[in-house]
Design a protein around this ligand. Structure first.
Ligand SMILES: *Cc1c(COP(=O)(O)O)cnc(C)c1O
Length: 430
């Protein structure tokens, strides 16, 4: 499979090159040249297949012959080492729980898959050594740290704003050791992000083979298709049109869902549910893409004013509003609406949704009203324990601490303080 840059000013590249480059040299996102639908028999029998077998069929054309079948199957089986249950919340309405992985956020799947692809490429090329550099406001860093832990030939450097991430999140970043280093930045998330962006463009750091690990990287983005296949596998028996609502920030997850449909998966409609960062809902109203600075909300992993993956979605719909309308909607919700939804879900169903999932629920309810007779799924993208400061007082409950979280709470934090870009550079070139 070849990938082209959505800025159309860079050479087409292989899967391997796209994974290693992250972004194309013209700063465009990579996009696959072809998307070939899977055979109908695959969907007829999907409920008899294992998650691993489904994932292999879904991803194999995008990897091509660059990773042999046996190795790719091994990568998938290590990536999908946990469950993705569709839990019934109301009549015809389900929560697809994507948070049963090691860091309890859905980003675990993409991070684990990308880490293992890079490890495979480095194994066949002992001269290759990569440094994955990421800035995090919380969830991404933990998933990347855990996903890349112990992976040969790859060092991971994570920048996070000192005092601005939760205790659990900080420990997930700072307690692993081995090939993972956490740099604690005296500043806010945007300062971390600016330093990372600068480092990628810095000629003095060329020898470090810096790689990004956010959802612009195809190896982190594409495996997110799997979730929608797993939702369909579990709900096919309902025999009703299926609506998927995805709480969206950078729009990587929902874009992967749309890719799954292009592979032939029978999904009736997608809903991109957002918080007050409503750039995409506004785009669908008037066709003008007008990004705004991000606003802080209680669903903070979605506080994105200019979603980096939306350009891929525009490519899929040929940037044509009438094409969008056929199966794509997007709605924005306030924090007050989100809190009210969390309360209602808990009171009516005894189900604990965290703020991101609750935004997904709200978008789903709205779309299901417009499409009676359908069955709906919202993606629950994190475990409530990642947001106890919102969930516990609002619902009047104390959450039990899951084993994955307990295991990091007792560990000792190790980080290196940095105050400037020059200190980052010194660290990387040491
Ligand atoms: C990253 C994240 C999202 C948003 O996913 P995108 O692919 O960026 O749209 C939603 N919920 C949680 C908990 C996240 O960590």
């Amino acid at each position: 499979m070849k990938y082209y840059s959505l800025n159309h000013n860079a050479p087409n590249v292989s899967f391997q090159e796209a994974v290693i480059n992250g972004l194309a040299p013209d700063r465009g996102l990579y996009f696959p040249e072809n998307i070939a639908p899977l055979p109908e028999t695959f969907f007829e029998n999907i409920e008899t297949l294992s998650n691993e077998a489904i994932a292999f069929e879904a991803i194999k054309q995008f990897v091509g012959d660059e990773i042999p079948e046996k190795e790719l199957k091994q990568i998938i089986s290590e990536t999908l080492c946990f469950d993705f249950p569709a839990v019934k919340v109301e009549e015809d309405l389900y929560s697809l729980e994507l948070f049963h992985g090691p860091t309890m956020a859905f980003k675990d799947v993409g991070a684990r898959f990308m880490a293992r692809c890079l490890a495979y490429f480095n194994r066949n090329n002992p001269d290759l050594h990569n440094t994955v550099l990421v800035a995090t406001s919380g969830d991404t860093g933990g998933a990347v740290a855990s996903g890349f832990l112990g992976v040969k030939g790859v060092d991971v450097v994570i920048l996070y704003p000192s005092g601005k991430v939760s205790d659990v999140q900080e420990r997930q970043l700072t307690t692993l050791g081995q090939n993972i280093t956490a740099l604690e930045v005296d500043g806010v998330f945007d300062d971390c992000q600016d330093m990372v962006k600068r480092a990628f463009l810095d000629e003095d750091l060329k020898s470090q083979n810096l790689t990004s690990a956010n959802s612009i990287n195809i190896a982190r983005w594409l495996p997110q298709m799997f979730y929608i296949f797993f939702a369909y596998k579990q709900l096919k028996r309902e025999n009703k049109p299926l609506i998927i609502s995805c709480p969206s920030g950078n729009f990587g997850n929902i874009c992967a869902g749309i890719m799954a449909k292009r592979l032939g998966l029978p999904i009736a409609r997608f809903v991109a549910s957002t918080n007050a960062n409503d750039t995409v809902p506004r785009f669908l109203e008037n066709g003008a893409y007008d990004p705004k600075p991000s606003k802080a909300t209680i669903s903070n992993a979605m506080d994105v004013g200019n979603p980096s993956n939306f350009i891929r979605i525009q490519e899929l719909y040929h940037n044509d509003l009438t094409e969008f309308e056929k199966d794509f909607s997007s709605y924005a919700f306030t924090d007050d609406e989100t809190k009210a939804a969390m309360k209602r879900i808990y009171q009516n169903s005894k189900y604990v949704a965290e703020p991101h999932g609750a935004v997904g629920y709200l978008g789903l309810k709205k779309e299901m009203k417009l499409n009676p007779g359908s069955v709906g799924v919202f993606l629950e993208t994190a475990h409530p324990i990642k947001f106890p400061e919102t969930v516990e007082p609002l619902l009047g409950i104390t959450l039990e601490i899951p084993a994955q979280i307990k295991s990091v709470l007792g560990k000792e934090k190790k980080s290196i303080q940095i105050n400037s870009y020059d200190e980052l550079k010194d660290f990387l070139n040491h």
